[in-house]
Design a protein around this ligand. Sequence first.
Ligand SMILES: [Zn+2]
Length: 511
Amino acid sequence: MKLHFLFLSALLFASICIGQETIDTVAIEKIRNEGFNNSQVERIAFQLIDKSGPRLTNSKGFERAADYAVTQLMEWGLTNANKEPWGEFGRGWEVNKSYLAMTKPYYMPFIAVPKAWTESSNGEITGKVVFLDVKSEEDFVKYKGKLKGSIIALLPSRGNQDPTFKADAIRFTEEELKKMEAPSSNQRRYTPEQITKYRARRVLNNKLNTFLAEEGVTLILKGTNGKHGTLFTSSPRGFLKDTPVGISELEVVPEYVNLMYRLIENGVDVEIEAEVKTTFNTENLQGYNVIAEIPGTDENLKSEIVMLGGHLDSWHGATGATDNGAGCIVMMEAVRILQATGLKPRRTIRIALWGGEEQGIFGSRNYVKNHFGDSETMELKAEQEKVSAYYNIDNGTGRIRGIYLQGNDAVKPIFKQWFTSFDDVIDNTTITIRDTGGTDHLGFDAIGIPGFQFIQDPIEYRSRTHHTNMDTYERLVIDDLKQMAVIIASFVYNTAQRDEKLPREALKKAK
Ligand SMILES: [Zn+2]
């Protein structure tokens, strides 16, 4: 009787059945203990961010990070760790030297970053700055024949540099999360007018670049969005092998561009000196993702897969700590936790650190196309059936506050139960039916594989960090990374252990 009682209580302790989901509380406790008490997130962060450097796709920094990740994942005992080619990306590119200062009416060093894939300047350049005022193609006429050998400047096209009365770093309030729970209000989608305007601006910019090259301009200084010494880089297409690289261009902190503008407007001549040295790599145009696995142990389920990932590439103005160093740190830490706990997942767990996200979500979309199916034709490969879910992190360093269901209502009760293990580390856990876009889960979602992105506290992601020259190690909130890694390790483990794969939505029609 006593023995029987002990056995029964051990069973009760080991797993709690809530609704239809069985949560292995012993496993979750092991994951929590490993992630909160033996965390390696700082060590991984140092390697990926400080040591690898900026990770623009196909740059040496990207390669350093990818090599580190492969070696590290193998060291933790993951199998099949490799850099898997996904197709042609385009030119690699490096900044070797970058310098900009105003020399007249007085000396002042400026914060500036070469635009990605920009050409070198013709050595050190000095000269007077001319501001261009171009709102449409008609405005080109007034500059025709007058710009040869000149340094031109362009004002920031958006944003303001007013004092900051609101904190840069924020966490979601209870009210904000409540609002998010309601079905999508499409608030983050662009209106047709905005899209038309954006396209028109892009067309004008391309024409302007061609015009300036024909006129013999030597350097472009472009004011960016941002403030307080922070600049947001643009997303040029110069990586494409046939795109002309054009004139050397520096993206400049807006306050300095505004300063030059005010001086010139008031009749004071402005001179600068600058130098940009860059190199292109046109030998290997191939793009890569880092892939590794924890093999499944259940004879019937080990051919099925649970995936987790984030993009390894960043922009080049800083070390890409929050976009998306954070996502990669968390995903690597999650698989490390699973390995360290000695848990034996039934399904195979596969981590993917993507390339080419910043230029168009290329790495993950092509991986999906190569392995699971084509979202254009909806021709699916056999492996599409085998993937239970893909979990993604790409909203910066902020802790998890819930998850976007991406329209897949049937998983709501499952996730709701899984989140109960984390009531003490999440305030106002929010599960929303809404979609979220802009990153690597989209390719999976497009061909009917449940793909999820978590709701994360914004911290300084939009105000200061993503795509900026200040996205550095300091911008990471280490405790938040630990929380994310523990929750994701648990979600991945739970997904690997379920008898069934996660419910799927009906397949979308071919385009
Ligand atoms: Zn990102």
